[in-house]
Design a protein. Sequence first.
Lengths: 182, 59
Amino acid sequence: MTVVGATGVINALATPIIQVWQMSELAEMTRAYDGKGAVPPDRYGSIDKAMASARAAIPGNNPQFIAFPGGAFSSKHHYAVFFQGDTPLTERMLVPALIDAETGVFTDARPMPWYAQALLFSQPLHFGDYGGLPLKILWAVLTLFTMIVLGSGLYLWLGKRRSGTDALVREVETGGTLAPAE
Amino acid sequence: MTRRRGLRAVFAIPLLLALASIAGLIVALTGDGVRDAASWIALAIPVFAVGWAMKTRRT
């Protein structure tokens, strides 16, 4: 439950985290393009060419998704091809490769900073949707326990509010013969 | 019915359970195959602890 709560906070910060990444790292990687206007869609170059440049820059890894110019995950002039790592751990650590959207030329690629990595790890920890079926089943059982604790706690607390502590004390003293008034 | 047990004694086993669960969750992230199996065992520990606690109810 603690893990879900903590990762929930991190996940909720997703938008600011991406925005900070955009403003800092992404801006550094594309410094040469500062001041140029956004590339209009009719001048976008071929995606195949962009993908080929990206693969040449980062050989061997699988691309996970491509961000188009102007969106939250890229600058205004680049395709961003996000590569997964090749071990199960680094699978979630994406490395974006920026390709100029017009010419298909490789600009820069570097791993994302620690706060973005934290965001990428928070997602599976928050939803428990990894690790094979047994883990998902165990996760569901633990969730059920949490719900029972919450439900029974609420029930007890509401009951106590209605009848008060004195009534409970009376019930104990008389050996259970005087039930608390409803 | 006050029993004098220090705070540490009360929270010792729950802390172990918490550590086992967190370790299980993280290990499953780091790999497939045998690591998944290890994490299932680690995560089953708190589930069994709850089951045991429900069985041995003390008033």
